[in-house]
Design a protein around this ligand. Structure first.
Ligand code: ADP
Length: 447
């Protein structure tokens, strides 16, 4: 097992990893930008190094600085968290070239799955349904028109290198398709330095269901059941839960098995998430693999009782999975909400600043994963998420009741947050009856 790990991230996930390491008796080296200099969680690491100015490209995305910190800090492994360099296959390769274990998948599998068109091909070869779409990347306008005719409008134009909900646009007819393909390719070139785009059938009002998997370096792979993440705003998840409500057990088992087949076909190990869309007839279609730990991993931890960060570390150290599929149960219902420093009355614009008052909810069934505290200054440079509130109770109805009262207890002043929108969601009958899909928030509150 490793004795010392560098945490190449910030905020709540950096703290989550430091906490797991402390429980495992592993020392940690934290890194921080000048924008995070005063963050309290840094004092919980054994050492902390400044890796550059506040801007992420000069610090948390700066591979040279991070590798230097790893060498000075004398670590055996790097945990990349999520976001930043976590899905950068080049970074994973550099770590391994420097004889530092990368706590994540092999860079070859990451590179293949990070490209959405290649990931679709792998899914097809693993016999996993994909959304009907173009045969690989679009090369001509004619091909786009022919594909749309074959699969039927509406279609979704997607960037092969896309991520974070960016680089997607819907086309409902030939004219918008022709214009959309050009614009999407230009945007993708600008955002991802890769102009490749492809077409998928646009699934109307789908649910987003994803499967947590864990695989070791010895060929063993298991799933830890599924999460439903249908409550999204601009393709960004806001509420996540496990198990997926109103989904028949046979469908859940089938999706989970498909996910395991897919990662085994890709030569993948460590933790990962296989994402699917589920249509109104419970037909499911693979969309992509997230080759990292995800923001919403705590709901899976709550229902399975398995600590995913510790598992990631053990797998990276070469240990065999001690979990057997038949022993992994999904108990009760867990729901997570993302608390973002955003202003719901101002088009969810970022709301950085000092937290002048913070009173946290607690009591049975409540978990709060966050690095913030009263007096903390939310810097303007990074993602707006400041914490995740998670509840776990025996049934979904009890989890909803628990979340409602936890959100009522939550007091935060000095910055604006998504809490008012979250309260509305938990008081809406469509959410308690689970009559929701990925367009629910926008249809209900944004138009
Ligand atoms: P990203 O990598 O940018 O997160 P994904 O492929 O994971 O992109 O898709 C993100 C979200 O976009 C999904 O959760 C869903 O809401 C929507 N989406 C993606 N593909 C489709 C599709 N074919 N039809 C309808 N919605 C889609």
């Amino acid at each position: 097992m490793f004795q010392r790990i560098l945490v190449a991230n910030r905020g709540e996930i950096a703290l989550r990893i430091i906490r797991a390491c402390r429980e495992m008796g592993i020392e940690t080296v934290a890194v921080y930008s000048e924008g995070d200099r005063d963050a309290h969680y840094l004092s919980l690491a054994n050492e902390a190094y400044c890796i550059g100015p506040a801007s992420a490209s000069d610090s948390y995305l700066n591979i040279k600085q991070i590798i230097s910190a790893a060498e000075v800090g004398n670590v055996q492994a790097i945990h990349p968290g999520y976001g930043f360099l976590s899905e950068n296959a080049h970074f994973a390769e550099v770590c391994r070239d420097c004889k530092i274990a990368f706590i994540g998948p092999p860079h070859e599998a990451m590179a293949k799955l990070g490209d959405k068109v290649t990931a679709r091909e792998i899914a097809e070869s693993a016999n996993v349904h994909t959304v009907p779409g173009s045969d690989g990347l679009l090369t001509t306008e004619q091909e786009a028109l022919e594909t749309a005719e074959r699969i039927g409008y509406p279609v979704l134009i997607k960037a092969t290198a896309g991520g974070g909900g960016k680089g997607m646009r819907v086309a409902r007819n030939d004219i918008s398709l022709k214009a959309g393909v050009k614009q999407a390719a230009q945007e993708a070139e600008k955002a991802f330095k890769n102009a490749g785009v492809y077409l998928e059938k646009y699934i109307e009002r789908p649910r987003h269901v994803e499967v947590q998997i864990l695989a070791d370096q010895h060929g063993n792979a298991v799933h830890l059941w599924e999460r439903d993440c249908s409550l999204q705003r601009k393709h960004q998840k806001l509420v996540e839960e496990s198990p997926a409500p109103n989904l028949p057990l046979a469908v859940r088992q089938d999706i989970c098995k498909s996910a395991v087949r897919l990662v085994q076909t890709a030569g993948y190990y460590n933790a990962g998430t296989v994402e699917f869309l589920v249509d109104q007839d419970n037909q499911y279609y693979f969309i992509e693999v997230n080759a990292r730990i995800q923001v919403e991993h705590p709901v899976t931890e709550q229902v399975t009782g398995i600590d995913l960060i510790k598992q990631q570390i053990r797998v990276a150290a070469g240990e065999e999975l001690s979990l057997r599929q038949r022993d992994i149960e999904c108990n009760g219902s867990a729901i997570e909400v993302r608390i973002n420093a955003e202003d719901p009355d101002n088009d969810f614009r970022g709301s950085p600043g000092r937290i002048t008052k913070l009173r946290l909810p607690g009591g049975p069934g409540v978990r709060f994963d966050s690095h913030v505290h009263e007096g903390y200054f939310v810097p303007p440079y990074y993602d707006s998420m400041i914490g995740k509130l998670i509840v776990h109770r025996e049934s979904r109805a009890e989890s909803i009741a628990c979340m409602r009262r936890a959100l009522d207890e939550f007091e935060i002043e000095g910055i604006k947050t998504t809490i008012p929108l979250l309260r509305k969601i938990f008081n809406h009958s469509a959410f308690s009856d689970f009559q929701v899909d990925t367009t629910f928030i926008e249809r209900t509150w944004m138009s």
